[in-house]
Design a protein around this ligand. Structure first.
Ligand code: MRU
Length: 356
């Protein structure tokens, strides 16, 4: 997708270096950062220079490539794989990408390993682009149906950033929106700010602006009243881990939005590539929920009056704060899952039929 009219992807490989868009600097600075070692890749995931489930999976895959470039040694590769999986706990894509890479590399001889690793990392990226595009085309039908009935702008609420910046291109939740816009369907997006890291404001609204899609940032608690007023036609969010029974783990606050949608008969869709399905965990309480540094809540960063980026403390110095990064929306509140293979019910039967 475009930034200032120029096409980008979120990650690419050039001259033995992995290039990323540093998302900690958006929206105020657009900086392309070099990852030169496995350690750089692990750090980029941890500090969220890259974030969003599909993109951290792709970065982990490239992290293994960087590890082979640094030292072509199996025990070093295995240690890097372990560190990459542990760099963030909730999104299943990390483990999915590492398992896929390690399966491919386990029986390869030393002089071929780099070429094979690089091809597989590139393939993970290409596949994600294809899947996100298909998610867009499948989700487009839902938006089209609402538009054909309403004959007016379709208002879509989204949470966090499940846009192209969270994937390689297109995004998951935003892909149907981009496809609808391309087709000439008038859409408007309510972008939940998404405290504490403000991915909705800093990333979703930013990328929609660059693609000229009308959008409005709202405080995280605003969705409920907008739904009561009939100003939300549908919600589309992303996911970091979808259980086989259709329960959906996503950015903190998603669950409350799903409850409000349920109470107001607003369709609540979750867009996902199959790489975010966890076929093993049976009970959502077993999903590891990331707890991040409370400083992400107590401090905030923005532009000062001289246009310089500045961080300030907003909470009382003596207050404690707790920063859980994800929650789980039970399948019963999910209208449907928009996947690369089609739209299905959030249930074991439907997911099995679609993917197994
Ligand atoms: O903490 P983040 O910014 O990595 O969280 C991202 C999300 O919750 C996204 O909604 C999810 O990864 C889906 S991205 C297509």
């Amino acid at each position: 997708m475009k930034i200032e009219g120029k096409e980008y992807r979120t990650i690419w490989f050039e001259n033995n270096i992995v290039k990323i868009i540093d998302q900690t600097k958006l929206p105020h600075q657009f900086i392309i950062k070099d990852l030169k070692s496995a350690k750089d890749a692990i750090n980029a995931i941890k500090v969220m220079e890259v974030r969003g489930a599909p993109l951290i999976g792709a970065t982990a895959a490239y992290g293994l490539v960087l590890s082979i470039i640094e030292k072509n040694d199996l025990s070093f590769l295995k240690k890097t794989a372990e560190d990459l999986i542990n760099s963030r706990p909730t999104a299943i894509n990390l483990k999915w990408a590492i398992d896929r890479m390690m399966n491919k590399l386990s029986s390869v001889n030393d002089n071929k390993i780099l070429e094979i690793a690089l091809n597989e990392a590139k393939e993970i990226c290409e596949e994600d682009v294809k899947f996100c595009e298909s998610i867009g085309l499948n989700g487009l039908k839902i938006i089209e149906k609402i538009y054909n009935k309403k004959k007016d702008t379709v208002n879509i609420l989204t949470h966090c950033n499940a846009g192209w910046l969270a994937t390689i291109n297109w995004g998951t939740a935003t892909s149907p929106i981009y496809h609808a816009h391309k087709k000439g369907i008038p859409v408007h997006v309510w972008a939940d700010e998404t405290r504490p890291r403000n991915q909705g404001a800093n990333l979703t609204s930013y990328e929609l602006n660059e693609e000229k899609i009308p959008n409005t940032i709202i405080a995280d608690n605003t969705g409920g009243i907008l739904m009561q007023r009939g100003e939300v036609d549908l919600c589309i969010v992303g996911t970091d881990r979808t259980l086989a029974n259709g329960d959906v783990c996503n950015k903190i606050g998603t669950y409350l939005k799903a409850l409000a949608a349920h109470d107001n008969d607003v369709p609540f869709y979750v867009a996902l590539p199959s790489s975010t399905i966890d076929w093993n965990i049976k009970n959502f309480k077993d999903i590891p929920i990331e707890e991040r540094n409370s400083e992400e809540l107590s401090h905030i960063e923005g532009l000062d009056d001289k246009g310089k980026i500045k961080k300030v403390q907003i909470y009382p110095t003596k207050s404690k704060a707790m920063n859980l990064a994800f929650d789980v929306t039970p399948a019963k509140y999910v209208t449907g899952l928009i996947t690369e293979k089609g739209v299905c019910e959030a249930s074991n039967d439907a997911l099995q039929k679609m993917f197994k």
